[in-house]
Every structure is written in structure tokens, then in C-alpha cells.
Write a protein that binds this ligand. Structure first.
Ligand code: FES
Ligand SMILES: [Fe+2]
Length: 416
């Protein structure tokens, strides 16, 4: 059985770092001395209120999430994806329109992505039941059209800037919820790199990794010795953001970084005047760098979409926009270097957050000892924004409840 540690340790300083081995001691102390800071009940905050393990908070489905790049969904083809374990089929019709349905045939439940696009519909690959873009069954080859069964669920779907967004939550909320602003991707003054891949961790580790610039040590081989300084943080309804400056302590400016700024700098000159602002606006994240002249030189928009039911894997979709320098073509020439540089950094981040996830699964609970206030605010935001009543991550020892977001309205048998 796993011990359950305190989940938040931000109010009583660094002196009470717990460890799995010390959990029993802490629990015993709680019984005898309720006032001692380190005697907090396991899984409880300072006021003794229960705290949800952030790594088991499901992402909230009532937002727009990209589930594929446009180029992955070819004309006249289906494409199977998942959102937090829910199978969804994307289809691009002969006319080029994209739509999203639950990825199951109402008949025998086989995935519709194994079927074929037929005009503006999907025809199941087994007996040929056919569904239009609203999920309505419009043809069963061996039944009369007056006896058609109910169809399957459809999802609101929009294609913007090379991304296919789906609204996996309550469809009636989709219209009220605008699509996110995608950084500077639509601005001709910027060139944008589209990137991302699956990462085997809960999405919250990704948010924390990007917002916590104190981990420059991890990137020392790529970046040289950089020191981040937090200038301050702000918090509002549904968002938190933080500003940083950076000082180079030693080493040369890497070429990839120079490309971002459109100029090369030597050691520790004025790059500590540039300001990086990182913002989580649930469920998205942005990172912007502005020079002293307030020129936005880098604008990153990114989101981490859970793939599996336990939300231990996410697919990252990132749009990295770099302001074009004065001399046309320079950025195009330098682009492969920028790609190489950002891939190296991304790989280091991916490996370390996957290590965090493995540690969480091994320990069966969240033993993180976070000392940076920004990250504790971020964690609170992700908890508040997360799905209600949804506990994910079963199989790690002490979580028995998984409530699925049921994509099949009512009894599936009633639909057929
Ligand atoms: S399983 Fe799809 S048509 Fe029969
Ligand atoms: Fe990083």
C-alpha cells in the first residue's frame, strides 16, 4: 500500500520536505500535534481541507482541443484519434470539409476510422452503415430508408491554421467558447514552426515544465549557463502568468537562440533586459519574448492533449512563431538550425517530465515539494480548471474511481 503525502507544501517553507519513507512519521505526528506545520494530514492542505492529487485531475473537456494537424486528415480519408481515452474519428469529405464523430459504428461498435469516406459521409467498413457529419445514420444497405437506426455522437469541429479543433465536452457550450488565439501564426511578420509529439506524462507536468524557468540547468549543454530571474507574477480568472529575465553566466549564445533574437550577442551583455512572459490560460499555454523595444520576437502557443483514459500520455501541439528579421530570407536559411535547436530542448524536457511521471506512479502519490510560488499558483489553477468528479490514474495503487466522460448517450442498444 502506498503512503499518501501532503500534496501542497508551499506555505510552510522548505524545511519540511517529506519523503515516502517519512510518511508514517508524519501521520503519527499529525495525531499528536495538530499545530505543527509538518503534521498536516496526508493529502490535505494547511487548513486541513483535502487536496486533489493534481496528477489525477482530468483535463476539462469543455474547451476546444486540437486533435490533429490538418495534413494528417487527407481528402476522402478517415483518421482515428483519441481524447482522454474517447475514440474520435475525423473525416475529410470529398468537398474538403472536416467533421468529427465518435469512433464506433452504432451496429457492432467497430471503429469508424476503419471505414471509408463516401461523398460527405462515412461508411462503416463492416456492413456499410453510413453516417453523415452530424452522426445521423443515413443508410443501411440492407434496410429500407424508413427503418434507419439512430446514429452516433458528433463533435463540434473547426479547422484553423493547420489544426483541427474538436470540442469534446458538452456540445451546447461550444458556440459560447471561442477558439483560442493562436499566437502570431496569422501575422505575416512571423514565420511559424508547427511541432509536437506524444509525451508520456500527465499534462500538468508539461504546464509546470514550461512555466518553471528555474530548470535552465537541464538545458546547460544546449544553452550554456543561463540564470532566470522571476520579475513577478499575475493571476486572474482562469489564468496565471509570470515574467522572467535571463542572464548568461558563462558560455556562448547558442545559434538557435541568436536566430530567435535576429542578432548575435556575446556573453552577459544586454539579453537580461529581454522579458519572457509565460502564461497558462486554461487549458492553453503561451510563451512570449519581448525585447527592450517591446518587439515581440518569439511567440509560442502550445497545448497538451491527453490521449489515454488515465491521462498519462499527452500529445503536444505547438506553434512557434519567430519574428522575421529585416533581411528577407535570413530566417529561412537559419530555419533548420532553429528546428534542430528546439528539438534538442524539447527532447530534454520530454525526458525529464516522463521521469517525473514515472516517479509519481512508483510512489503512488504526489510527493513533489514545490517551493516556487508561481508553480503552486499554476497547480491551483489546473486543479480549479480541471474536470469535476473525474479521477484519473487508476492502477497506481490507491485510486479506485474512474468516472468516464460517457460519449455514448444512454444505452447503446437503444441507438441501434
Ligand atoms: S459494424 Fe458497422 S455496419 Fe455493421
Ligand atoms: Fe525546458
Amino acid at each position: 500500500m502506498h503512503a499518501v503525502p501532503p500534496l501542497e507544501q508551499d506555505t510552510d517553507g522548505a524545511s519540511v520536505a517529506g519523503s515516502p519513507a517519512h510518511a508514517a512519521t508524519q501521520n503519527a505526528a499529525h495525531a499528536t500535534s495538530a499545530t505543527a506545520a509538518h503534521a498536516r494530514a496526508p493529502g490535505h492542505a494547511a487548513n486541513d481541507a483535502p487536496v486533489r492529487d493534481l496528477r489525477r485531475v482530468g483535463i476539462h473537456p469543455d474547451h476546444w482541443y486540437p486533435l490533429a494537424w490538418s495534413h494528417e486528415v487527407k481528402r476522402g480519408k478517415t483518421h482515428g484519434v483519441t481524447f482522454a481515452g474517447d475514440p474520435i474519428v475525423l473525416a475529410r469529405t470529398e468537398s474538403g470539409k472536416v467533421f468529427a464523430l465518435e469512433d464506433r459504428c452504432a451496429h457492432r461498435q467497430v471503429p469508424l476510422h476503419q471505414g471509408v469516406v463516401d461523398g460527405e459521409s462515412i461508411r462503416c467498413g463492416y456492413h456499410g452503415w453510413t453516417y453523415d457529419c452530424s452522426g445521423k445514420c443515413v443508410d443501411v444497405p440492407y434496410l429500407g430508408r424508413d427503418r434507419l437506426p439512430n446514429g452516433v455522437r458528433s463533435y463540434p469541429c473547426q479547422e484553423v491554421e493547420g489544426l483541427i479543433f474538436v470540442f469534446p465536452g458538452k456540445a451546447e457550450l461550444a458556440e459560447k467558447r471561442p477558439l483560442p488565439k493562436l499566437g502570431s501564426v496569422a501575422d505575416g511578420k512571423y514565420k511559424t514552426r508547427r511541432f509536437g509529439r506524444p509525451v508520456n506524462c500527465h499534462y500538468s507536468f508539461m504546464h509546470e515544465n514550461l512555466m518553471d524557468m528555474n530548470h535552465q540547468f537541464l538545458h546547460r549543454k544546449q544553452m550554456g549557463q543561463m540564470r532566470a530571474r522571476s520579475l513577478g507574477r499575475r493571476r486572474g480568472e482562469g489564468w496565471v502568468e509570470v515574467d522572467y529575465t535571463f542572464a548568461r553566466m558563462a558560455g556562448q549564445q547558442p545559434i538557435g537562440e541568436a536566430i530567435v533574437f535576429g542578432q548575435s550577442r556575446k556573453t552577459s551583455d544586454n539579453n537580461d533586459k529581454d522579458v519572457m512572459t509565460i502564461r497558462t490560460e486554461y487549458p492553453y499555454q503561451t510563451l512570449q519574448i519581448r525585447t527592450t523595444e517591446q518587439t515581440l520576437v518569439m511567440d509560442l502557443w502550445i497545448v497538451y492533449v491527453p490521449l489515454d483514459r488515465e491521462q498519462r500520455t499527452n500529445r503536444t501541439f505547438g506553434l512557434l512563431s519567430i519574428r522575421k528579421p529585416g533581411i528577407p530570407g535570413v530566417l529561412n536559411l537559419a530555419w533548420p538550425l532553429l528546428v534542430w535547436f528546439t528539438e534538442r530542448i524539447f527532447k530534454e524536457d520530454r525526458e525529464i517530465v516522463e521521469a517525473e511521471q514515472r516517479a509519481h506512479d512508483l510512489q503512488g502519490a504526489d510527493w513533489n515539494h514545490e517551493v516556487f510560488p508561481v508553480i503552486n499558483e499554476l497547480r491551483a489553477l489546473l486543479r480549479e480548471g480541471g474536470a469535476p468528479d473525474l479521477v484519473v490514474g487508476a492502477g497506481t495503487g490507491d485510486t479506485a474511481v474512474i468516472r468516464f466522460w460517457d460519449s455514448r448517450h444512454g444505452n447503446p442498444l437503444a441507438n441501434t
